[in-house]
Design a protein around this ligand. Sequence first.
Ligand code: HXC
Length: 266
Amino acid sequence: MSKLQVPDGLETFQPEIFAGKVLFCTGGRSGIGYRIVEMMMKHGADAVIVGRDAKGVEESAAKLEASTGRNCLGAPADVRDPEQLKRAVQAAKDKYGKLDFVVCGAAGNFLAPISGLSERAFRTVIEIDLIGTYNTVKATLPLLRETRGAYVHISATLHYRGTPWQTHLGAAKAGIDALSNALAVEEGPRGVRSNVVAPGPIGSTPGMTRLNPGGQPLENLIPLGRVGQTTDIANAVMFLFSPAASWINGSVMVVDGGDAHTRAPY
Ligand code: HXC
């Protein structure tokens, strides 16, 4: 395979591998989360996507149903609000009766030096990314215990080194990695797995547009010679939810073309 090709998960996984399963994904309205949901649905899953923008969530759910032929519920909720999340989980339970998989993918970010970062700005990113993950786990864990289900949390690689203008996001993502590790150990005995996927630079996502506003070419900085695509992340998540990963728990899977080994990201 040439280094510029992206493997299509449709040719890799059995077409019905997630038939009868239900996925709950925060941040599923756009970007990486959207592609994860779409690929899981194309492999048989039904889904719930959660986002702050009620109209956007509704529109994305309809689009996902049209492109996959599976069911998708759009549940408006801000992950910072535990009550809104509980209502989204209840709506999922009312529609499907259960949850098998949860992707904690909701994130907020911007570039800012700590000298220009207000207390509220720092807190906002911690609340969306880290507290939002905590709130999502708290709201969904009772259902995942029933199905012996699995979590995948979308983290990052930029806290492996000091990444300038990312104190807020780096601190939040480091916290998410730690949360997942502890969750894996606590809930593993009940059959619930928890893992992290840490994406490198992914093209055409809201995150990259914010972090690389000038659209600087990154290809030559990445060992595999291309930026990532949302499909690369979806493939990794599908593997972690598949029976092939049934003994993988408390791991962080870096999906970045080797980027984090070469330099501080961004
Ligand atoms: C400094 C900033 C700022 C900036 C916002 N703030 N942007 N400070 N530099 N560029 C400050 C505001 O001034 C305010 O503080 C505080 O942050 C909260 O801002 P609000 O706009 O009131 O918050 P809110 O409406 O809740 O929006 C949250 C948000 C926003 C994170 C600021 O950007 C958002 O909703 N983003 C969601 C989508 C997103 O970011 N997706 C990208 C994820 S990328 P003050 O003190 O002034 O009141 C990602 C990838 C990471 O996660 C890994 C990369 C590899």
